[in-house]
Every structure is written in structure tokens, then in C-alpha cells.
Design a protein around this ligand. Structure first.
Ligand code: PEP
Ligand code: MG
Length: 549
């Protein structure tokens, strides 16, 4: 028995044996061939056939985009030109692993030189080569392991390509040694409602294939070799948490009945049906720029009116908060941004870019007002990257002039928290974008893995800014919501409410877990957790302090 800890994602719990993700293979040695080339060629031929068969079977099971990629890889494994090349290399004295490795490398170069679609497929050859060499070596193939039995996947970290082939029917939880709360693994886990613990120091040295573990995402722990009583308790807890997560959809509320509306983040009207089905009480962030990422010129008022009306129609009588175009940095729009800024995150982004091209902003607000008039959703409109009262007054003034009823500001730049009382004199509401608020508070680029540890919304510096905004909202009697990733972390959601946040918006699959967690605390308890987290000196300390009973 023993336990490891890391950062939990979600609130699920799972009990199963571990399957480790194999480490990438080391390149083969250059030792000359000691065996007979003809028998070695047969060994390679058999390995190629087995890999082709395995990839073909996985393709059939995968379906969709993954099926096509895997089918193409299966064909590559059987390419006769590769086997011919292996034969020549064996005859020239290379060992079987080296001959196979180099034959695929040459094939890869040829495809890359052809350009276009063939060049795109070239990277898949590395995976095929690794699989064939793994067979020759008698070790597990790299990539996500497959099993008929349910298992817990243990890995150093997961790449986007790995996650495409993850079998959700048998993968009960993810545990990684690297990665933080915003890593790819964490985002995937959240979107699939899979329990996960990431950033587990010492994981790969401590856990072996086949070892029984209990993964508790809420506690952020991985218990090794649990005894029978712990397994029974964990299984019962799993049933209870699954039942809570699939409990009938109710409005977001705390145990004492305090209402906390749970809203969805969407990027297109197409996201609306899933959001409604998962119990979103409205939309807390409609990222309008997602509709126009590929556009080379500004969209017309008519085109925008049609898209906004379509979304609003899905939420009759409900709140929908649309954000005007957030162009720049991680979401550049060619018709609004200058591609030559050296530091785009600190440049003409969000409201700054819109102000510099005011007609585009006017057109968008006009389209939003038309959608408001055409539907009975309760439309709110907000601007990203607002820094102070002057920018707020500019945006609110323009929005009202063009016919919008409720106009507010996003809190993403730390200055807005410091000046929250002034901003709330003019804004109808504030919504905190914790992704950018964390990036700018910690001066840590949200796209850079090297500073991921600083990109943590549990940082007490971020929490203190949230409190300033929550206090100012309460004093002004105006709503202060959260629409960044932080709202999707159930334990943090409780703390945010304790800091004065009045609604939470997140990707729709996260709503069930957050709803269940909120129901476990009263407002006084949430405030007490928030108070303890604010006193911590690190993100880990804040998590720990909030969890302590
Ligand atoms: C945020 O910054 O938290 C936010 C919700 O906006 P985006 O992630 O789209 O920048
Ligand atoms: Mg943002």
C-alpha cells in the first residue's frame, strides 16, 4: 500500500489494473548481421504482416477519421517496396532491426519529397516502423495500449495523436507523470468526463503494468495495491459519484439552495443541442471569433445576424452571453490583426483591436442587436481584454447606442480586478476569463509548456483578484461570473463561488461534475474553503487548503 499524489481532473474515481504506455523505442544498434539474411527476411516479413493485420483491425474498430489514418498505415506496413529495400540491406550486412528502421526512414524521405497528401502521411510511417521493430525485439509496441479488460492508463504524458485512439470503453482513468491542469491530457479528460490525475511525481518509477490502483481525481491521489476493504469502498464511491453525475438535471445550486447558474461555453450555434442536452442553463461564453477564424475579410452584418439568431433560438428565455470578436494572440483574425506584432498577447488584442477598427465592432454589435430583437433569449454582450473604466464606458456606451440591453466586460487583464469598483459603476456585469487572467497575472504564456506550472488558476494571486471582483460585484449588486477553464474544475468551482462568483460557464461535458460538487457544500462552507485557499502560498497549497475538512 502507498499513495502518490498529483493534480486531480474532475471528481471521478476508478479502480483497475494499470496498463503503462510503452516508452518510445531506442534506435536499433549498428551491429552487423550475425544470422542468415533469408531467415531474417522471413522474420521481418512476418512482423510486417502482423503489424498490418493489427492496424487493420484497429482501423475497423476505430471508425471516423482515425479509421482512415489507421487504414493508410496498415497499407504502408505492407508496401512491397519496403520489403525489397529490407532485403537489400540485409544482404549488405545490416541486422534485421536496423535494416527495417532504415528502409522506413528512406520511404519516409521519399514521401516527404513528394509533398502534399503523401508528405502528410510520412509522419505515420514512424509509428509503423516502431511497431515492426518492437515485434522484432519482442517488446510492447509504442502508442496507447489496447486491452479487452478495463484498465487505468499510466503514461509520461499523452500527445494529441495518442488520445485519438484511446478506447473509452476500456480506459477507466488517466494518470500522467508530466502535465498540469491545462495540459492536453487534462483537457481531454475533462471533455470525456474521464477521471485523471496529472503531474504525479515519481509515477513511472512507482507503478508497474498489472498493478491494482485506485485513482481518485477529487483527492488527486493514486493509491497503490489497495487492500480489499479500500477496493470495496472505492467501488461503492464510484457508483455513488457516477449516479450523482448522471442524476436528473437540476439547476445549479449549493446544498443550502443558493442558486449558481451553470452555463455552457460554445463556439458555434452547432454546439447548442449538446449544451442543452447536458443541462446548460444558458450560454456563459459564446466565442464569436471561432465562426470567423478562416475568414479573410470581415463578415457581413447579415451573415452575423443569421449565426447569432440561430444560437439564440436554441435558448428561449435563457441567458446567452456573447463575446465580441476576441482577435489576436492565440486567436488571430487576418482582417483585424497585424501579423507583425512581436508580442501579440500584449498587443492590439480583443477590445484594443476592435477599437482600432471600429466599423467592424459596430457591425458586430448591430448584428447582435438584430438577433436580440428576433428572438426571446436574454442576450448579454461583453468585450474581451477590458483594462479599466474608460474602456468599459466606451464599449458599454457603443453597445447601448446600437440597441443592446445588457453590456459588460470580461476580466482577463489584472488591472480590471484592481479597478473592479470603478468598472462595475458602468458595466452591467463582469465575466472572469480565468485562462487569460492567469496568463497575465503570472506573466506565463498560456500556450507554452515550459511555464505550464505558472498557468494555474489555483494560484493564490489569481484567487485574490477573483475575490476583488466578487466583492465589487456584491457591493454594486451586479453579477460576476467565471467562463474560463477554472469553472470546469469542481473543487475550484466551489472556491470561486466562495469568492463571490455568481455563475459558472464551462464546456458542457463538465457541467454534471460541477453540479454534483456544488450540491455538497453550503455557501458558508464554500466561503470557508475560499478563505483558506486565499491564505495559501502556492497553487498546490491552495488546493490542499480548500480540500482540508
Ligand atoms: C479566458 O481567457 O478565460 C476565456 C474564457 O477566453 P479564451 O479562453 O477564449 O481566451
Ligand atoms: Mg480569454
Amino acid at each position: 500500500m502507498g499513495a502518490l499524489s498529483g493534480v486531480g481532473v474532475g471528481r471521478g474515481i476508478a479502480v483497475a489494473k494499470v496498463l503503462r504506455m510503452p516508452e518510445p523505442l531506442s534506435p536499433p544498434s549498428d551491429e552487423p548481421l550475425a544470422a542468415d539474411p533469408a531467415s531474417e527476411l522471413e522474420r521481418v516479413r512476418a512482423a510486417l504482416a502482423e503489424v498490418a493485420e493489427e492496424l487493420g483491425a484497429r482501423a475497423a474498430a476505430a471508425g471516423g477519421d482515425a479509421q482512415q489514418v489507421l487504414e493508410a498505415a496498415a497499407l504502408m506496413a505492407q508496401d512491397p517496396a519496403v520489403l525489397d529495400d529490407v532485403r537489400s540491406r540485409l544482404e549488405a550486412g545490416a541486422n534485421a532491426e536496423r535494416a527495417t528502421w532504415d528502409a522506413y526512414a528512406a520511404f519516409r524521405e521519399m514521401l516527404t519529397a513528394m509533398g502534399g497528401y503523401m508528405a502528410e502521411r510520412a509522419a505515420d510511417l514512424d509509428d509503423v516502423a516502431q511497431r515492426v521493430v518492437a515485434r522484432l525485439r519482442g517488446v510492447p509496441a509504442p502508442g496507447v495500449p489496447v486491452s479487452d479488460e478495463p484498465f487505468i492508463l499510466v503514461a509520461r504524458d499523452l500527445a494529441p495523436a495518442d488520445t485519438a485512439t484511446l478506447d473509452l470503453a476500456t480506459t477507466l482513468a488517466l494518470v500522467t507523470q508530466d502535465g498540469g491542469p491545462t495540459s492536453h491530457t487534462a483537457i481531454l479528460a475533462r471533455s470525456k468526463s474521464l477521471p485523471a490525475v496529472v503531474g504525479v511525481t515519481g509515477l513511472l518509477d512507482a507503478v508497474a503494468d498489472g498493478q491494482l490502483v485506485i485513482v481518485d481525481a477529487r483527492a488527486g491521489t493514486v493509491e497503490l495495491d489497495p487492500d480489499e476493504a479500500s477496493v470495496r469502498a472505492a467501488r461503492a464511491e464510484r457508483e455513488a459519484r457516477l449516479a450523482a453525475a448522471s442524476a436528473p438535471i437540476t439547476e445549479g445550486a449549493l446544498a443550502d439552495g443558493t442558486k449558481v447558474p451553470l452555463l455552457a461555453n460554445v463556439g458555434s450555434p452547432k454546439d447548442a443541442p449538446a449544451a442543452v442536452e447536458l443541462g446548460a442553463e444558458g450560454v456563459g461564453l459564446f466565442r464569436t471569433e471561432f465562426l470567423f477564424l478562416d475568414a479573410s475579410s470581415a463578415p457581413s452584418v447579415e451573415e452575423q445576424t443569421a449565426a447569432y439568431t440561430e444560437l439564440l433560438r436554441a435558448f428561449p428565455g435563457k441567458k446567452v452571453i456573447a463575446r465580441v470578436l476576441d482577435a489576436g494572440a492565440d486567436k488571430p483574425l487576418p482582417f483585424l490583426n497585424d501579423a507583425h506584432e512581436e508580442n501579440p498577447a500584449l498587443g492590439l488584442r480583443g477590445i484594443r483591436a476592435l477599437r482600432a477598427s471600429e466599423q467592424i465592432l459596430r457591425d458586430q454589435l448591430t448584428a447582435l442587436a438584430a438577433a436580440q430583437a428576433a428572438t426571446d433569449a436574454e442576450l448579454h454582450v461583453m468585450a474581451p481584454m477590458i483594462a479599466d473604466r474608460e474602456e468599459t464606458a466606451y464599449f458599454v456606451g457603443l453597445g447601448k447606442e446600437l440597441g443592446l440591453r445588457t453590456v459588460g466586460a470580461m476580466a482577463e487583464v489584472p488591472s480590471i480586478a484592481v479597478l473592479a469598483d470603478q468598472v462595475l459603476e458602468v458595466a452591467d456585469f463582469v465575466s472572469i476569463g480565468t485562462n487569460d487572467l492567469t496568463q497575465y497575472t503570472m506573466a506565463a504564456d498560456r500556450q507554452l509548456g515550459s511555464v505550464a506550472a505558472l498557468q494555474d488558476p489555483w494560484h493564490p494571486a489569481v484567487l485574490r483578484l477573483v475575490k476583488m471582483l466578487g466583492d465589487a460585484g456584491a457591493a454594486a449588486g451586479k453579477p460576476v461570473g467565471v467562463c474560463g477553464e477554472a469553472a470546469a474544475d469542481p473543487a475550484l468551482a466551489v472556491v470561486l463561488v466562495g469568492l463571490g462568483v455568481t455563475s459558472l460557464s464551462m464546456s458542457a461535458p463538465a457541467i454534471a461534475d460541477v453540479r454534483a460538487e456544488l450540491l455538497t457544500v453550503t455557501l458558508d462552507e464554500a466561503r470557508e474553503r475560499a478563505r483558506r485557499a486565499l491564505e495559501a502560498t502556492s497553487p498546490a497549497g491552495a488546493r490542499h487548503a480548500a480540500a482540508a475538512q
